[in-house]
Write a protein that binds this ligand. Sequence first.
Ligand code: FE2
Ligand code: FE2
Length: 127
Amino acid sequence: MSDAQPIGRQHRELVSMLERLNDAVKNRESREEIYRIIDAVIASTRLHFATEEQLMIQCGYPEIESHRNMHAQMVDDALHLKGKLDYVGDEMFTEWFNHWPFSRVLAHIQYADRQVEDYIIRAGMRQ
Ligand SMILES: [Fe+2]
Ligand SMILES: [Fe+2]
């Protein structure tokens, strides 16, 4: 295993980054700042997905393919929406943000990843 962080801690960090992003949009902070946070979230999310997929392989998680597809879809959606944000005005920006795929990342962590974490624990692997 690499010396990457345990996934439980990565999940908590991702959740707090997403909360920070949400606040930045709500408080109408500058787009530069919002984009900076979005880029940081995407980078951390990619790193986290790689860590989690590695752990799933190591513990023989049975639904790795479908879980991996969910990860790929979330990254694609985030990059796609980020590209579109450049072309909308401030009102639309907030409106679009409410459909932001990162809320799906939160749901993913709460449900799909919970199963992975439980499986890893049952498999007797330390995260
Ligand atoms: Fe995860
Ligand atoms: Fe996941």
